[in-house]
Design a protein. Structure first.
Length: 79
């Protein structure tokens, strides 16, 4: 299990919670992340609430723009 710099075990978080934490750790707004991945701010909010299914392409776009591997994003494990 890989803790973040705040001592939180991100592998215990849902995908949406990981997206939110990673975004906040990078001082990004939902609007910032939405622009980077080509989606709406509402879409990012729904992803963070685990209310929006996301495609593999969207997973990749999120991981690239949040600066983590796809495995870190999906599983919360550094890879």
């Amino acid at each position: 299990m890989e803790p973040t710099n705040q001592g939180i075990d991100i592998s215990a978080l849902t995908l949406g919670q990981r997206v939110e934490r990673l975004r906040q750790d990078r001082d990004m707004t939902q609007e910032d992340l939405a622009a980077l991945v080509g989606r709406s701010e509402e879409w990012v909010a729904q992803v963070e609430q685990d209310a929006q299914p996301i495609t593999m392409f969207e997973n990749i776009a999120l991981s690239v723009n949040l600066g983590v591997t796809l495995r870190e994003l999906r599983d919360g494990v550094a890879g």
